[in-house]
Design a protein around this ligand. Structure first.
Ligand code: ATP
Ligand code: MG
Length: 553
């Protein structure tokens, strides 16, 4: 992973302490996604934290698929998750599936039953809710709580054999129905689900609940620091109870941190799946999605994501980060990496009437304004060019320094041109701008005769190549007051994608491959799309614009 700064945070401090006082010789962390969707930028924060700590302290990290729920999981998700973790630089030391521990988990549940710490309960979900109590009212013991260990063992085995229907019986931990922590009021640890699992097939019709399975998975793998998000804080007593009462050899420590939230997007796999299923977006890797695959397709780099996550830090306080902050780090990263190219997104023809008709020349342009070592390239130039529509105005306001009738500007890297005439179509729209050029004014010729206030970019009409430009805006308009409190599907930005047809210089076309990134003069940073680009036509995703008013505080 690039940029190895390891900023201090409370989790890192815990690790340092545990290593210094000899509690652990080596740390083992894990990233435990449930394969029920593609990973999003929130997961990236967790990946970078877990892999980052292990790397810094020469420990290990496991990638573990937390696949204890047979219904929602899919191997497509497993593959995408592996790809995303790798892309972020996460090299896992071990790859595990929680479902491989089903036998052991079952055995631990049997142990709990034998110890009188778990029982089979027949309450319906509605009744169970009644008995559970509320934050202000203690729960009430289930009438099945006093079943003998013998009876429980028999019923549990029959549950495993498939003698009961879904929901008919559950196995519950016997803890304390009056606990102020509702998680401790005899939580369900096994439920019946007659469904096929992507890994274990039809071997099981009995599946462990997250709060039972997760601590066991961690303990089985010898995880030292089990890092999770804040909503699990109230589950920690149960986590510790399971590890202790199941008599696991290893005692992992659960540590919670605040999840990453970002403006103008949604960040839960359930909602992201809805956007995909309802075709609001073009798949999980749509460049507008906050998924890792979407960010990658848009053109975000792992380095930018890492620097962003480093800057937001790890804390216990929930907060919401401005989405422009990520854009800032993308820009910072691409500034030096993405070569300059000229692309015209909204083309307007410009004819240099005094330039010889069948001639052309090569103009030398730098590849990176901030880094000379990236060299220069030659771009063809001739009598007919395309410029950006917005670089010409027939009736400009004051302080418009680009092209207008009678005004002179520089064509980037080339000559001064002066607008002499405009050609309009039947609707009165300008379709062509006529100019004259002054051969004396060529860039680099040392010409000092006069100055112009504007420089505009261009492509040569004869040699340029058609290209598609996809411009993005935030997917969700959650910052508009009228959207407050609305369902996220009602907050979709109708203008989140604009597709425009323009041109790029031939130099870029010859070399560009999917995922190549370019800095286009004034228009922003662009990435060659992996899905729609072809050998005939490049499709560019705008990653970010060149500038923003956003300031890193
Ligand atoms: P979601 O609610 O978005 O679907 P999840 O927590 O259900 O996410 P998991 O696959 O269970 O997704 O998460 C894998 C790991 O990623 C967990 O350790 C979880 O805490 C962490 N994680 C998930 N979302 C975020 C987030 N927004 N910020 C930081 N870490 C997160
Ligand atoms: Mg989840």
């Amino acid at each position: 992973m690039a940029n190895e700064i390891n900023p201090s945070n409370f989790i890192r401090n815990i690790v340092i302490e545990d290593l210094e006082n000899g509690k652990h010789k080596e740390i083992i962390t894990r990233f435990p996604p449930e394969p029920n969707g593609y990973l999003h930028i929130g997961h990236a924060k967790s990946i970078l934290l877990n892999f980052g700590l292990a790397k810094e302290f020469r420990g290990k990290t496991h990638l573990r698929f937390d696949d204890t729920n047979p219904v929602k999981e899919d191997t497509e998700y497993v593959e995408s998750i592996k790809e995303d973790v790798k892309w972020l630089g996460g090299n896992w030391d071990e790859l595990f599936f929680a479902s491989n521990y089903f036998d052991e988990m079952y055995a631990r549940a049997v142990l709990l039953i034998k110890k009188g710490l778990a029982y089979v309960c027949d309450l319906t979900p509605e009744q169970a809710k009644e008995y559970r109590g509320t934050l202000t009212k203690p729960g009430v013991d289930s009438p099945y709580r006093t079943r003998s260990a013998h009876e429980n063992l028999d019923l549990f085995e029959r549950m495993k054999k498939g003698e009961f229907k879904d929901g008919e019986k559950v196995l519950r931990a016997k803890i304390d129905m009056t606990s102020p922590n509702i998680n401790m009021r005899d939580p369900i640890i096994y439920r019946i689900s007659h469904s096929t699992h992507h890994n274990t097939g039809d071997k099981w019709c009995l599946y462990p609940m997250y709060d039972f399975a997760h601590p066991l998975e961690d303990a089985i793998e010898g995880i030292t620091h089990s890092i999770c998000t804040l909503e699990f804080e109230d589950h920690r007593p149960l986590y510790d109870w399971v590890v202790r009462e199941c008599e696991m050899d290893c005692t992992p420590r659960q540590i919670e941190f605040a999840r990453l939230n970002i403006t103008n997007t949604v960040m839960s796999k359930r909602k992201l799946k809805q956007l995909v299923d309802e075709k609001v977006v073009d798949g999980w890797d749509d460049p507008r999605m906050p998924t890792i695959s979407g960010l990658r397709r848009r053109g975000c780099t792992p380095e930018a994501l890492k620097n962003f996550c480093t800057a937001i830090g790890v804390s216990k306080a929930n907060s919401i980060v401005d989405s422009q902050m990520l854009d800032y780090f993308i820009r910072e990263d691409l500034m030096l990496k993405a070569p300059l190219t000229m692309g015209v997104i909204n083309p307007l023809k410009l004819v240099i009437t005094n330039y010889p008709e069948n001639e052309s020349e090569m103009i030398e342009l730098e590849n990176n304004a901030k880094d000379e070592t990236q060299g220069k390239r030659l771009v063809p130039f001739s009598r007919e060019l395309y410029i950006e529509k917005e670089d010409f105005m027939e009736n400009p306001p004051k302080k418009y320094f680009r092209l207008f009738p009678g005004n002179e500007v520089r064509l980037k890297g080339a000559y001064f041109v002066k607008c002499t005439d405009v050609i309009k179509d039947e609707n009165g729209e300008v379709v062509e701008v006529h100019c004259t050029y002054d051969p004396e004014t060529k860039s680099g010729s040392g010409f000092t005769g006069r100055k112009v206030k504007g420089t505009i970019h261009w492509v040569d009409a004869k040699t340029c190549v058609p290209a598609e430009f996809r411009l993005y805006e935030p997917l969700i308009l959650d910052d508009a007051p009228e959207n407050e409190g609305k369902h996220f599907l009602e907050q979709i930005n109708p203008n989140s994608m604009e597709i425009l047809q323009g041109f790029i210089e031939p130099t870029a076309f010859k070399t560009a491959k999917p995922q190549d990134k370019f800095q286009m003069v004034r228009n922003g940073f662009f990435n060659v799309d992996t899905r729609y680009s072809t050998d005939e036509k490049l499709v560019f995703n705008r990653i970010v614009s060149l500038k923003s008013s956003f300031k890193l505080s």
